[in-house]
Design a binder for this molecule. Sequence first.
Ligand code: SF4
Ligand code: SF4
Length: 114
Amino acid sequence: MLRPLLTPRCLFTSTSAWQTERGSQMALMITDECINCDVCEPECPNEAIYQGEEIYEIDPDKCTECVGHFEQPQCQEVCPVDCIPLDPQREESQEQLLVKYKALTAAKQAEPAA
Ligand code: SF4
Ligand code: SF4
């Protein structure tokens, strides 16, 4: 399978070279090279990763590229087969990722205590 030409990366500040270079960022996706090792799912601070029908998948509505939590996407950091590239279908600005992070955080805080 062809690998994406883009180098996945997650940058925390709005003045990053990556943003300057591209003008925007993207949510991440898991390719069919996933070996279902289960390592990434517990590392996601947004609970965006879940077991799909055949491989793990990422809910793009919950993926912030770890913006708001970490400087690097935690799933990419731990994936042993490097199968979590940027999703070209989900281009998002730093501001959009931050808005998503804030909305997810607010929703989590509004959850009733268990
Ligand atoms: Fe979760 Fe971060 Fe990976 Fe997005 S980049 S799926 S938020 S661990
Ligand atoms: Fe698949 Fe990589 Fe996640 Fe393992 S860490 S389940 S190979 S996406």
